[in-house]
Design a protein around this ligand. Structure first.
Ligand code: ADP
Ligand code: MG
Length: 702
């Protein structure tokens, strides 16, 4: 019964004709009763409260006023015509403005009558006004019946022209919810879950999410719906994991052989940190177990992920497999090539580099050596996953700085072998726990939570433009001490041209303060060819230049231990995780390192918080949590394609606790009943497929 009810096309609802139905479909993806019922309010407002005009502040999204009209005037010419209604309460006045329907409003409204006005105040010329508010004659009885939790829905311009503003949508839902009164919807969680987690029924939850009677009802409804949503995401992820374990056979790396031992005992450049040791062990256990490893390695910038990668590669090679490492930029691929060939020089291994700038002849040779099995390690960029690249025996794929790689690219890499190779994804962008659980919920995770010894925490300061002279003096001091300096400019796609101008301008200014030949400056940005970039980089790497002016191309992975100062220009234009990444370019040597955030004077509250967070902490995880709270998951790299944004009610920035409960619940159900075959879990299996329909399958990707 109820499934049928929920699947009823929206055009069958009273008040919706074919026209409105079409707009609802187009604008909000609402096709059925269920779609409308799960189009949740984004806010609730207290319609029992009356504010005073004099108490209105900028941070009030809506206000409700009670008072009388003292004047009505039509102003402006034909184009700018507007009705201005002066509205007054006990201690203040405010302008109500209508740009449309002035005549009708003017005829309807009267002076000497008490009205209730409701709308969104905006500040204009230091006075508040309200455009197109709701206005109705005061009716004490009406007022008493008002909800303290009136739902507010997002609407669109087009919907509004069809009468489907928030109010219109609420009326539709009222209609639907009234029908729920004599229907009980099929429950889509098991009895066990409902009682274990004290969840209210689906029917109750849907009623109360739209029309809560009180705060407690609303809270219970939210909890139930969030739990359900997060539970199914986790159940799906974890079930995929189980299926993969059952069906995909992984290569078994069961021996620690010559290369690993030789390197580990004789050529390790420094003792591994405990965290590195632990992670290498986790990887060893995983690749030796017969399942296919899909592991996410999180470690802050500079925590020493490369060494973990190298040891994992040696493990693959000792078990007669080839291995490859993919980096997001050519600069990084080159750098990995340099580091890894040097590290492994004493061993008799064949290592090659393949990037977009590899010559055809070189390429051909690499392709041959890959197929013949002669090549042990291939390093490179996206070029690695081109179709012509075929391995004889690819056992382990390592992806560095994973979020730069698109979903499809990863899938391609995975398909490079009949049996999927083990996959290790390394990321230096710490991901908030909740996001990791959802984005990579079916991957195993390793964390390097310890920095190599002897690192001094980077000192971060926030300077305004007026402190530039101080900055220049400081830079000169540092250069005199033999240090090198990065100066980074933002590069945002929308204002690309302007950004290059800024960089150029900054460079021109720097030359004045740091004249040749005493000082040498490198410049690297996205408009240079790979060769030019490399040339400039190399000058800096070799210490021939003291300052590197760059856009964010240097953001990821570049490792130049002698560079100990990072100056970030227009720092307010960077996101937190990007700032943290940039800062991670310094602090890699034994010297004290510095990060200087340059901003203009006028900073919004959010920018201020970002600067303060950077100055306060070096902890990438802490920073990522702040970032998530500030921006929401939508803006965090990698979330776009992941389906995280399909969440209708749960909020990964706030609902970490519910997520954890839901994940643990899903895990324990699957541990008992991997295929969800038990009677009590039938309902879960049934709904799993309905719920997760639109979500891409992450486990097929990584
Ligand atoms: P990331 O995790 O950012 O990729 P890297 O692997 O580039 O970090 O390592 C950063 C720096 O730390 C490198 O110069 C590396 O040689 C050094 N390093 C790595 N592991 C250790 C260790 N156990 N002890 C001392 N230095 C280390
Ligand atoms: Mg790295």
């Amino acid at each position: 019964m109820s499934a049928q009810f929920l699947d009823t096309p929206i055009s069958y609802l009273k008040g919706i004709g074919p026209l409105k139905a079409e707009v609802l479909q187009k604008e909000l993806g609402i096709f059925t009763f269920k779609d409308l019922l799960t189009y949740y309010p984004f806010r609730y407002i207290d319609r029992t409260k009356i504010q005073r005009i004099s108490e209105i502040t900028e941070d009030m999204p809506f206000v409700q006023l009670r008072g009388q009209i003292t004047a009505m005037n039509v102003l402006g010419d034909k184009r700018t015509k507007r009705l201005i209604v002066t509205f007054k309460d006990d201690n203040g006045t405010i302008d109500l403005i209508w740009f449309k329907g002035q005549q009708w409003m003017q005829e309807k409204l009267k002076t000497q009558t008490e009205y209730i006005v409701f709308g969104r105040p905006t500040l204009f010329n230091r006075r508040f006004n309200m455009a197109h508010p709701e206005i109705e004659p005061l009716n004490e009885q009406n007022l008493a019946q008002r909800s303290a939790f009136q739902a507010v829905y997002y609407s669109t311009e087009l919907l509004k022209t069809k009468g489907l503003d928030s109010e219109g949508l609420r009326k539709l839902n009222r209609n639907l919810v009234t029908q729920l009164n004599d229907k009980k919807l099929d429950e889509n969680l098991s009895e066990e879950l409902l009682s274990d987690f004290k969840l209210i029924s689906k029917t109750e939850a849907l009623k109360h999410i739209h029309f809560p009677d009180n705060a407690l009802d609303l809270q219970k409804a939210k909890y139930r719906l969030k739990f359900e949503e997060l539970f199914y995401v986790q159940l799906k992820l974890l079930k995929q994991n189980k299926v993969r374990e059952q069906t995909v056979r992984g290569f078994v790396f069961n021996k620690v052989g010559f290369n690993f031992n030789e390197f580990y005992t004789k050529y390790l450049p420094f003792e591994l940190t405990n965290a590195q040791k632990r992670v290498v062990k986790e990887i060893r256990v995983d690749v030796g177990s017969g399942k296919q490893m899909s592991r996410l390695l999180q470690g802050d910038v500079g925590s020493g992920k490369t060494l973990v990668a190298v040891l994992s590669m040696l493990l693959a090679i000792d078990n007669n497999f080839q291995t490859c490492l993919m980096a997001p930029t050519e600069i990084l691929a080159n750098q990995h090539f340099a580091t890894i060939t040097e590290l492994l020089a004493p061993l008799n291994l064949k290592i090659a580099l393949l990037t977009g700038s590899s010559k055809p002849k070189e390429r051909r040779k690499i392709h041959e050596q890959l197929l013949s099995g002669e090549l042990n390690i291939l390093l490179g960029t996206h070029a690695l996953i081109e179709d012509v690249v075929k391995f004889q025996n690819l056992g382990l794929v390592i992806i560095d700085e994973q979020h730069r790689f698109g979903v499809a690219q990863r899938a391609k890499l995975r398909d490079k072998n009949v049996n999927p190779p083990h996959i290790l994804i390394m990321t230096a962008t710490p991901i908030p726990r909740t996001l990791a659980m959802t984005l990579y919920g079916d991957l195993d995770t390793s964390i390097i939570d310890e920095m190599p010894p002897g690192r001094k925490p980077i000192k971060t300061v926030h300077y305004m433009e007026s402190q530039r002279l101080r900055l220049i003096g400081f830079m000169k001091e540092q250069i005199a001490l033999g240090r090198q300096i990065y100066v980074v400019y933002p590069l945002i796609k929308e204002s690309e041209k302007l950004d290059y101008q800024n960089l150029q301008q900054g460079y021109d200014n720097l030359i004045i303060d740091f004249p040749i030949p005493q000082y040498q400056i490198s410049v690297v940005h996205g408009k240079l060819s790979a060769q030019q970039k490399d040339f400039e980089m190399q000058r800096f790497v070799k210490g021939e230049t003291q300052i590197m002016v760059a856009t964010t191309v240097i953001e990821v992975g570049v490792n130049i231990p002698n560079a100990s100062v990072m100056v970030i220009e227009s720092a307010e234009r960077f996101g937190l995780s990007q700032l943290h990444q940039l800062r991670g370019r310094v602090g890699r040597g034994a010297e004290q390192s510095y990060c200087i955030l340059m901003t203009s004077y006028k900073l919004g509250a959010e920018s201020k918080l970002r600067m303060e967070t950077m100055v306060r902490t070096n902890d990438g995880f802490e920073i990522s949590e702040v970032d998530l709270k500030l921006r929401g998951p939508g803006d965090i790299d990698g979330t776009m394609q992941s389906g995280v944004l399909d969440l209708k009610i749960a909020d990964l920035a706030r609902d970490g606790q519910i997520l954890q409960l839901a994940r643990t619940a899903a895990q324990s159900i699957l541990n008992e009943d991997a295929n969800l075959e038990m009677e009590k879990n039938k309902v879960l299996l049934q709904n799993l497929n309905v719920q997760g329909k639109a979500r891409p399958s992450w486990s097929k990707i990584a």
